[in-house]
Design a protein around this ligand. Sequence first.
Ligand code: ATP
Ligand code: MG
Length: 364
Amino acid sequence: MTEPVQLVPGDTIGILGGGQLGRMMSLAAASLGLKTHIFCPDENSPAFEVADRHTVAAYDDLQALDAFAAECKVVTYEFENVPGETAARLESHIPVRPSPHALEVSQDRNTEKEFLRSAQVDIADFATIDSENDLEEALELLGGKGVLKTRRFGYDGKGQVMIRDLEDIDGALDKIGNAPAVLEQLIPFQREVSVIVARDVNGTCTAYDIAENHHENHILKTSTVPANVRAETADAARAMAIKIATSLKYVGVMGVEMFLIEEDGAERLLVNEIAPRVHNSGHWTEDACLTSQFEQHMRAVAGWTLGSAERHSNVVMENLIGAECEAWPTILKDPKARLHLYGKSEARDGRKMGHVNRISPKTD
Ligand code: ATP
Ligand code: MG
């Protein structure tokens, strides 16, 4: 077997996608002496201004992809909807990390759930939906309530409809554009948590402490660490995330979202979804851990040894959404607040403009 490709300082990591995640990956790469080349169709990409090079081209521009690959030693991505053909084309030249297989699994909720089940990870019951008839049958099987979600391209709660009774079925498929879908059992969870896990090219895994996440208008608002959960639950969550990364032979950082259910005095976890990339609920690691998720991802895709995921502080990460970023002067006055702005010019409603990590002494 050939040895996995390993970069040396000065080498270039290609990144598909030029948003804030690509930007923060580039900054982390630079601090390790690695260069980045961003590939994104949007000419106003926030990542361009902090990367060594960028290419503005469509993801199906094969000529541009070939030229991009010729300048990079390895390629990664900041979003899971990288087209399969794009990943395959790049992989014919250089390693794609995480693998195109990880993309394929996580791009489709149905495939992802089947994978999670086969990896013996607990998930909500679900059914595949292609017609109104499927929906009626599934609703009965799942106890009369469910969440209808498109199999592909959902984010920030888009492409989802809550079904609370039979009447809600009417027009529900229209609302999601009659796209192939799944119906998930409605989970009466008490809390939402997530785990950021990393796996290197040799299979060594490390998982960060678990974060407790709060959403507003279907967008992540805060991640709090430590999460208000039992130590055994936190250990179980991390073990589950490591199991997922291992089953996928994953290379890089992955976000694993989970529901926490309290039942009869016990806590139980169900995996909601996985994201094959650095994750918004891991932004707290930048200021509360020895190694941020961004550095960890760059180390993994470079074929390097992972850093320590040890947490040295308590932290609350708050997303700055739309006009909330205008509070930057006030945030700067708080000595325990670490401000991160993404350099986006227009503060549109619902747009993630930055985040702030509020640090306090570690309590556990
Ligand atoms: P994001 O991009 O924020 O991760 P998404 O569009 O990919 O969101 P999900 O994470 O599947 O979608 O769902 C968004 C939110 O809807 C969850 O964080 C949770 O609050 C709620 N939700 C999703 N599925 C269920 C479920 N089966 N039962 C109860 N609530 C759910
Ligand atoms: Mg989610």
